[in-house]
Write a protein that binds this ligand. Structure first.
Ligand code: BGC
Length: 261
């Protein structure tokens, strides 16, 4: 099925229509950039603008950079604080007239990577996926199943949050070299390894396309690999999540309509 996937980020909202069978984009990618933090209503308006530009009607999957449960936003570390407590699924449906499924952005990107990224990933029992951009997002997969909303980018290491040490935004802001930044990220990865011991780390986000410039600085026992889907993973994963969640709900509804024998 073809489903609209949306990725809400710190500096832009991006969207495209995704073929959920192949994980490939079947439309252009539309990007609405912003220089200042936007209010929730403005972001939702942007989502509808992307939908209209792509001439799309149908389910919409949205990745949001915070804790999300049943469409409701619980945290918003890098976006507007007014998000907290809002039901983004309801807001999107009211604005667009389409059903919507919301999940954490790192969870969305990780889902896409597990499904359509390197096939070897599926041989690991415990995968830690990270998406590095404005913040550090994490997604854990145990036997291929996502543990949602893990938020390990906020773990404190020597008194400072991991994402305040080693996000992509910090690299830019502090003008760090690849080596300086990678050594910081290595400290973060070593902390994760000491605490939860994943079998492999997968690095996603914009920074994953420069993986060759810094991969030699990592010293974890578990291998560290670059994500394959680069910055499209969030859009692809959001679309897959919407398709699968709504499909399950419809099947359940159909099942409940069955006469009892
Ligand atoms: C947020 C996470 C998000 C990550 C990457 C963090 O600041 O708390 O929910 O996944 O940034 O966007």
């Amino acid at each position: 099925m073809q489903v609209l996937g949306i990725d809400i980020g710190g500096s832009a909202t991006k969207g495209a229509i995704v073929d959920t069978e192949t994980g490939l984009l079947v439309s252009e990618r539309v990007r609405i950039a912003y220089k200042t933090i936007q209010e929730p209503a403005a972001i939702v308006k942007g989502i509808n603008k992307i939908r209209k530009e792509l001439n799309y009607e149908g389910p919409i999957g949205v990745g949001f950079p915070g804790v999300v449960k049943h469409g409701q936003i619980f945290t918003s570390a890098n976006l507007h604080k007014d998000w907290i407590g809002k039901n983004l699924a309801t807001m999107v449906t009211e604005k667009t007239g389409q059903p919507a499924v919301i999940l954490n952005d790192a969870d969305a990107a990780g889902l896409a990577e597990m499904r359509f990224g390197a096939p070897e990933l599926r041989q690991y029992d415990f995968v830690m996926f990270l998406t590095i951009g404005t913040g550090i997002g994490t997604a854990l997969f145990v036997n291929g199943k996502l543990i949602p909303n893990t938020e390990l980018g906020h773990i404190e290491i020597r008194g400072k949050e991991a994402e305040h040490r080693a996000s992509g935004a910090i690299k830019t802001r502090e003008k760090l070299t690849w080596k300086e930044w990678a050594l910081r990220l290595n400290t973060v990865l070593l902390t994760y390894e000491a605490l939860i011991n994943p079998e492999i780390f997968v690095l996603g986000g914009g920074i994953s396309s420069s993986f060759d410039k810094y991969s030699k600085y990592f010293t974890t026992k578990a291998p560290v690999v670059a994500a394959k889907l680069k910055n499209l993973a969030g859009i692809i994963g959001a679309a897959i999540a919407a398709y699968e969640t709504l499909k399950d709900k419809n099947e359940e509804a159909d099942f409940q309509k069955q006469p009892l024998h």
